[in-house]
Every structure is written in C-alpha cells, then in structure tokens.
Ligand binder design. Structure first.
Ligand code: ACO
Length: 373
C-alpha cells in the first residue's frame, strides 16, 4: 500500500491536470491573463477561448455568436414548468432544475464525444440566462422576454430581466463580471463536475451537480450575503468596530478570504475599479463604495484577509438593480463555461476519480442479535 497522504479539504493537493486555467503567477485562462482578457475581449470571445483553447478569429466568433443565438430559446414546456415551481424555491434550485429539464430536450444528452460535448456546452451557455430571466419574470407575474440576437450575451441578460435595452456601461460591466467568473481551475464546483464526468456520466448531469456545489455560502453563495454585510454595517464610521466584533465572535465575513489566494484575488482588484466607475454620480452608491473600502481595510488589517471576487461583484450587481438572489445564478451563467471545458477535458482523457478515505470509525466489533443490542 502506498504511503498515506492526507490533507483536510484536499488543501494544497494536486488532484489532476488541466490545460484550461492556472492561478500560479496570476489567473490565466489558456495562457492569457484574465486582466488582459477583461480589458480587450467580450465574454463570448473568452467563452470560445476557454472551450476551444484559442481566441477566435473574426469568422469563428461570428459563427459562435450564431450558434448561441440559435440556441437562445428554450422549450415552452420548460418555461411553463419554471413558472409552476413553488414560489419559495431558491433561484439556485431553479437553475439546477433548469439544467435537468434542458437535458430531457437536448438532442445529444447521452453523447460524450468531444464534438457533442462542445455543442451541448454552447447550448447550455445560451440557455441558462434564458432560464434565469424567465423564472425571474414569471415569479413577478410578468411575461418572459425573448432574447435579442442583436445584443451580446451580457446585454441579453439585462434585456431579458428588465425589458429595456441596457446602457453601454451596464452591458460592459455585466460582460466583465461574466469574464471574471468564467473559470477558476479546481474550485469545489468544478471539481464536482469533473468527478461526475469521470464516471462517464453526461455533461448536463455534471453541470447540475456543479450548481449544487456552487450554491453553498463558502463558494458561490457568498456573493448574495455580501450585500447583507454592507447593509448591516451601514456607515463607514461603524465599519472598524463591526469588523472587530464579527471576528471576535468568529463570524465569517462573506466576500473575504480564499482557499488559494492568500494575498489577494486578482479578480477582486479588477472589479473594484469598475464598481467605483458605476457608482459615480449616485450618492447612495458612492456611500456604499466608501463603506466597502473601510470594511476592506479593517478586515485586511485585523485578520490579513483580502477580499475575493464576490466582494465587489455583489456591489456591481446591486448598482445594476439586479435582485440579490440572482447574484449566484449569474455566477452559474458564466461558470458554465469553465465547468463545460473541464467536463470536456475529463471525458477526452478520462480516469475515474475515486480517492481513498482515512478510516476513523470503530472496528473489530461483534455482531449481536437485535434482542441483545
Ligand atoms: N471571515 C472571517 N474569518 C475568516 C474568513 C472570513 N471570510 N475566511 C477565513 N477566515 C479565517 C478562519 O476563521 C481562520 O482563522 P483562524 O486561523 O484564526 O482559525 C483563517 O482565516 C483561515 O481560514 P480557513 O477556513 O482555513 O480558510 P479556508 O481556505 O478553508 O477558507 C473560504 C476559504 C472558505 C473561502 C473562507 O475564506 C470563507 O469562508 N470565506 C467567506 C466565504 C466566501 O467569501 N466565499 C467565496 C469564495 S471565492 C468564490 O467562490 C468566488
């Protein structure tokens, strides 16, 4: 038997290989720094890069956009069911159910070939914003809005939610947030998707499982709780005391800390600038920027914890008037790109993921008949 290596939470363990992204020396998707991609690319270009391995040429991007536009419609029976789910259903549960339903109508659900996986990934990328927006409108008693082929994917998210053509700055802010959320090597939800794919189960099953993993507040669910922190603190003057008390009470401050980035999350640094830009001229948002800055300084000086991507993204979405319980579903809308790329990579070179556990239960016990236990 090989030497036993154990690391709680698999911290620091290299659990597989990937050519999709790395966080060593800054976050890079397929070798490009995420900052340069956010500076220069659209989310569609980045999605193509993550899925296909190369940035698209103009004709490839046009064809990719056509594929997305063709797939941006979901079966009417799915829309109907989305409207019938209980009012109390969480939006993340709706997203998970949405993927499960889409699997029933996808023509290639059970085909794990590279080409079919790619086509399914593109369809899911196009369909998930439609699921999210349709449910959001139905629960408010409104009719879902059909996507507009003239808009970008990010623009369509806003269009389908609000029924108004987004401003350039909102469309760009949404686009950048989707780029930053798109991929992040072996995080908990991506690892989940790879474990499912490694049994040779299909892409939709892997994505449904990944959504379940993302939902938790230690992962994607954190961005919905960040706003509660900002609102609870309420003013810059209260921030330092609030942080000290929270840390004294061993409370986890949502949007801070990261398993891998111990000195700072580059995505958070990038998005912070965009938050400040969106807040300009709106006093309540400028105040929120100030509160966020004071909390950030206090958490960093008290505990040495830098903010993660969820810290600025919650503010960014708030400034765009997006309902709080759509923040993590928006993470899904973006991260489906990374999950899909990992499922494809896993299927293309598969080995069943089946680690061992260190047993710490009782042993050598003697069975007794039920009357004597
Ligand atoms: N608030 C307060 N204390 C924290 C926080 C936090 N957000 N994060 C870590 N700590 C503390 C821990 O209590 C621990 O303190 P101690 O050494 O005094 O006991 C120390 O920092 C180390 O923490 P670990 O739990 O070992 O760090 P780990 O790598 O397991 O945690 C995690 C990473 C889960 C993300 C954690 O930082 C956390 O819970 N953050 C809040 C939730 C969050 O923002 N999640 C989003 C992650 S990023 C993303 O999904 C885009």
């Amino acid at each position: 038997m090989a030497e036993e290596i154990y690391s709680p939470g698999l911290e620091g363990v290299i659990a597989g290989e990937t050519a999709i992204s790395t966080i060593a020396g800054g976050l890079q998707y397929r070798g490009y720094s995420v900052e340069s991609l956010a500076d220069h690319c659209s989310f569609e270009e980045v999605a193509f890069l993550v899925l296909e391995g190369e940035l698209p040429q103009a004709n490839q991007l046009a064809a990719f956009r056509d594929q997305l536009n063709d797939a941006m419609f979901i079966n009417s029976e799915i829309v109907e069911t989305l409207g019938k789910l209980p009012e109390s259903s969480s939006m993340m549960d709706v997203m998970r159910t949405g993927v499960s339903m889409l699997a029933h109508w996808d023509p290639e659900t059970g085909d794990n070939s590279h080409e079919a996986n790619l086509r399914k990934s593109i369809r899911l990328l196009a369909q998930l914003p439609v699921v999210m927006a349709a449910r959001e409108r139905l629960r408010k008693g409104k009719k879902p809005i059909e996507p507009d082929a003239e808009l970008s994917l990010a623009g369509n998210v806003l269009w389908q939610l609000f029924g108004e053509k987004p401003t350039e700055s909102f469309a760009r802010a949404m686009d950048v947030s989707l780029i930053l959320y798109a991929e992040h090597e072996y995080n908990a939800s991506t690892f989940t998707s790879r474990v499912v794919a490694s049994t040779l189960s299909d892409l939709h099953s892997a994505i449904a499982a990944a959504i379940g993993a993302l939902k938790g507040p230690l992962h994607g669910g954190a961005n919905e709780r960040v706003l509660e922190v900002l609102q609870e603190v309420g003013s810059s003057e209260r921030a330092a005391k609030w942080v000290r008390e929270a840390l004294d009470n061993k409370r986890r401050i949502m949007g801070f800390g990261h398993r891998v980035y111990k000195t700072g999350d580059p995505r958070a640094v990038y998005l912070k600038t965009l938050c400040a830009e969106l807040a300009v001229g709106r006093s309540e948002f400028e105040d929120m920027e100030q509160i966020a800055e004071t909390i950030e300084q206090a958490v960093t000086s008290e505990k040495g914890l830098p903010p993660n991507l969820d810290w600025p993204s919650a503010r960014l979405y708030h400034y765009m008037d997006i309902p709080v319980d759509l923040y993590t579903p928006l993470f899904v809308v973006s991260r489906v790109v990374g999950w899909s790329a990992h499922v494809i990579e896993q299927h293309d070179n598969n080995r069943l993921i089946r680690p061992r556990a260190r047993y710490n239960g009782k042993s050598e016990r003697t069975w007794l008949p039920i009357s004597e236990r």
